[in-house]
Each structure stands twice: as structure tokens, then as C-alpha cells.
Design a protein around this ligand. Sequence first.
Ligand code: PBG
Length: 326
Amino acid sequence: MNGGFPAVRPRRLRRTPALRRLAARTSVRAPDLVLPLFVKEGISEPQPVASMPGVVQHTRDSLRKAAAEAVEAGVGGVIVFGIPAVKDARGSAADDPDGIVQQALRDLVADVGDATVLMADLCLDEYTDHGHCGLLTDAGDVDNDATLARYAAIAVAQAQAGAHVVGPSGMMDGQVAAIRQALDGAGYPEVVICAYSAKYASAFYGPFRDAAECAPRFGDRASYQQDPAAGDALREVLLDIDEGADIVMIKPALPYLDVVAQVAAAVPVPVAAYQVSGEYAMAEAAAANGWLDRDRVIMETLTAIRRAGASIILTYWAAEAARRLS
Ligand code: PBG
């Protein structure tokens, strides 16, 4: 203290916008952002998703347009989710070379090619009639090891269609190893695996399940996705890296920033975080009511996720934020 006044004054660095900019340690850049996109088979017009204002289920054509605009805005990549016209017990459409995601990937390869990173979500829940992320046993449990063969086939189909990155999101044990082996065996050693490594059984996926039409018909995902109260994130992440994951992902983002920080401090690979549908819906709903300043909330949450240590962020605001950042 200096005559009763503080000599050390953190506020000095906050006085002008230029000082604050100089003192910043965290930045959000357009190429850090990845835009999730939904493409639905057999529709002729894009369908709005009621619980995600501004998000639609795309036709093949509207998907091309949305991806081109996102690339134009400077995003780092897009990740495609497919909704097939027909679902069955084994999710046959997921690895059909003419399945909706494979068709969409070929469209995007033709349009934007290597100008962006084309990612494909690799899971079964959008494709199975029961809505679970794997094959079921007769007793109705998700059969881990039988599911791995399905994931291997989907990975190869997505690679064949031109995905640069596959994103296994089903949380089966051994999925990354099975997919790496399949990709290498099929002649795709260059295809990247971005593993949803720490993925929690979260209520924040609610709106996504409307968008992707993949809510489980019975039960829940608690026997394969992580328990929010468990301490197994690092174990899951290290296993995935050991099995060949090139990028590891934490999901959801904002309620799990402690996990993002813990993982980012521990691993030598890029860490991604998925700002999920419920995070988006909460902010959009509050903003629509005039309760939150939407634009500031978007940038503040993205900054917080980057500050926690994620280098890549999957967010439904990716194109909009990228436009604002560039
Ligand atoms: C599973 C998958 C889900 C999400 C991404 N991949 C849903 C789930 O696990 O139930 C959720 C993404 C979001 O909520 O935005 N294929």
C-alpha cells in the first residue's frame, strides 16, 4: 500500500481497448471452428429444427450451399451428420456407399475438396431403428464387440467417400483401434481420427436428438457414455491416443471445462471440445427472450472453451462466429 492506496493495480491493463487487446492471452480464430451440419435423405426442402433456431436438416443441395458459405466464412472444417430414409436394427445405411452421408461427402469433395476439412460423425444411432449407438444383444444390451465391426465398415465407407477425418462418437471400448486398423487395411492410412474420447451421458444432447432423429427408443446411453460424476476422462483419452486417435474431443464443452483443462494439460495431441445442441439452445432461447446478449454470449463461451485449453471447437455458431472474426 502506498499512503493507504494500492500500488499494485491490475486495472492498469484494462484501461483502454488497446491495452486489453495487448494483454489478451486467449484468442478465438475462425480456423479453430468446425460447423456441424445435418443432411437428411429424401426431403426436397430444408427442415427447421424447432429446438435449435437457425439450424436445419439440409437437403443435399442446401448442404452444399451451407458448406460453401461456411468455407467462405473461414471455418476450419465441417462435420456432417446423416439422417437416412430407412433405419434398421444394424444401421445398414451408415456404411452403404450410396448412404446419405457418403453422397453428401462426395458432393462436398467435388465442391470444396481440400479447401476445408471434411469430417464425418461415425456412429450408428442416426441409422438404427432402436436409436442406440451400437448393435443390440437379444437381451437389449449394446453389444460392444459386435459394434466394432460395424464402425470399421462405416469408417471405410466414409474414407472412400472422401472424408479427411472420421469422428467416432459411440463410446464403445476399442473403437479407435478397430477403426484405425480398418482404415489402414483398406488403404486409408492418411485419414485422421478425431475421437469423441470423453463423452458424457448428457441432457444437453436433447435438441440434437430432434435434429438427427436419434433419441433411443428405450433406455438411455448411460451404459456407454460417461457418468458426469465419474473421474474417468483421462483414462478414456489416454486409451484413445494409445489406440491411434489423432485428435481427442471432450463433449459437452461448457459444463465440462474442467475436463477440457485437465486433458489439454496432459496430452500431446490437439484437443477439441463440442459445444453441443443444448448449449446452443439455451443461449438462443434466452437471447430470443431478450434475457441475454446473444452475440456477447457466443464470443464469451467460445473464449472460455479456448481458455480451458481446447484448440478446436465444434459449434453450431461456427460460420457466424468465423464471419465476425475475419
Ligand atoms: C451420436 C452423437 C450425439 C451428438 C453428437 N454425436 C448424440 C448422442 O450421443 O446422443 C450430440 C451433439 C449435440 O448435442 O450437439 N452420434
